[in-house]
Design a protein around this ligand. Sequence first.
Ligand code: UFG
Length: 331
Amino acid sequence: MTTLVLGGAGYIGSHMVKRLLEKGETPVVVDNLVTGHRAAVDPQAKFYEGDLADQDFIRNVFRENPDIDVVIHFGAYSLVPESMKKPLKYFDNNVAGLIKLLEVMKEVGVNKLVFSSSAATYGIPDKMPIKETDPQNPINPYGESKLMMEKIMHWADEAYGMKFVALRYFNVAGAWPDGSIGEDHIPETHLMPIILQVAQGKRDKLQIYGDDYNTPDGTNIRDYVHPIDLADAHILAADYLRNGNPSDAFNLGSSTGFSNLEMLKAAREVTGKEIPAEIAGRRGGDPDTLIAAFDKARRVLGWNPQYDDVHKLIETAWKWHSSHPEGYEDK
Ligand code: UFG
């Protein structure tokens, strides 16, 4: 019984790999290092550099590791603003990449996949918190690509019995508590690392994209979840599939929303830094509010997230940023 982690050198994937090792499993890790970092992968894991859409390469990974029974897939592009400008890049890597992967999984007889879906599949929901059964009408190509991935998985299950768990993450922030691994995107577009880069003096100020949304302070509201809690949900989802349960989708969030201004305030409290900020124009593709109902993950998977306090979560991110001011320094 071995887990194959695709995209294991990325932000969430690297936390997954460390968490599996902590639980006594040695995962096989694949990453093409386009956005991931070799230094983020714990040296105890078995690492292969290559692309999940390269079928000969993936076939060989399965051949060399016949114990792989579950694939956990983090190998998708995930930036909403980039997807608005480059939709084909997203449909190619996320959607076509999944099809190539499934073809090989089917061929080698591995029929369990846990993959990262997203709150972005819901678009602009008409009520909060969002339930898994609510309508999915994405408003950006990234969310659309994740919804397509869910639908492809559904039909692959119907036709070939390929079982899946789609984990719909809300907004991920935080780092491994000792600061050894964390978030390092180039370019960085996410709110939390940008706030902390301003705190470090690497940027002059934070631009808050819009204060005229339909929320109490006018800035977008998001639901933040820690990558270790996400990793634990993947481990539970893999066990759920190993136990013969049916394919399903689960929200992963905290059921608590923080506005962009509230996140800025919390980061000022945690870091003790001033963090200059200004209001700028709206960015395309941002829904007003995204808050998860995650009781299904608690009830069915037994998920029990530890980072229920946004200050604790920011503290871990600050530890990473202050100990790695230039990130992994490999790009
Ligand atoms: N924001 C700013 N200034 C910045 C960066 C971000 O105001 O410099 C705002 C955004 O406009 C948005 C909020 O901060 O209102 C959060 O933006 P992020 O880019 O950090 O995250 P997104 O909500 O766009 O998207 C993230 C993930 C997606 C996922 C989504 C689900 O990147 O993969 O959360 O909620 F789908």
